[in-house]
Design a protein around this ligand. Sequence first.
Ligand SMILES: [Zn+2]
Length: 269
Amino acid sequence: MNIEHPRQQESTDDGHGARKKYVTISVDDGHSTDLRTVDLLQQYGLKATFYIPGANAERPVMKPSEVREIDRLFEVGSHTLHHLRLTWISEEEARREVCDGKKASEDMLGHEVVSFCYPGGKFNRRAAAQVAEAGFLGARTCRYFQNDFPANPFSWDISTYANTYPAYVQLRHCLLEYNFAGAYNYITTFKARVPWASQFICALEAVSRDGGIAHLYFHSWEIDQNGEWAELEALFKIIAQYSLTPVTNGYLFRRWHEKRGSVNSLPQV
Ligand SMILES: [Zn+2]
């Protein structure tokens, strides 16, 4: 895996107690429109993790040669073997989805895969334990409006999902996921903004000021379907103007463990 050293000098946490300031992007599902996202990320010097399932009955997954091309430039994470919601299937089936998905990705790429993302954002204690037992370093959720390192790396939340919903839908989603801090942050830090790009600018502002992680998540297929490539590029341009360190999700998972001394020798991600 040809990643990941932040291209900028890390700007804080230099022994004076200030918090580091990161920006990371995750892109789910491995649709071929991800290749357009790759071009944009490169254009603006940003980093990302692409969570790609082995197969997906909901929409096509790109060819292995294309996944390997993305892996050469960015990080590829696991999104299970068949993109099944882990909380909707049996314990044994869920374990196979997690473990066999990891092995399939590693066989395809020829190196270890350390980052995981729950299909549909569906997870519970059992799923998180299975992901940890499989040897992943962390797992991303679909809980929004969070800009901090989490207490648990297997429930790693994000700042903004690039899809526009009314404010009441955002709040309802937070409450359904028991994401009470996210609901509070949506009203305060994110100013109850509705357009997703505008929301993420709130995350950039907050992290610039207080430190933490501004984490944007989207599906390229959805950006394409909604005709929002211009909005995505405009946001990438804005992100690049902030003095945040662009990193992959895997870099942050690794940092989480390093800070706690829970892993001695980790792969470079
Ligand atoms: Zn997905």
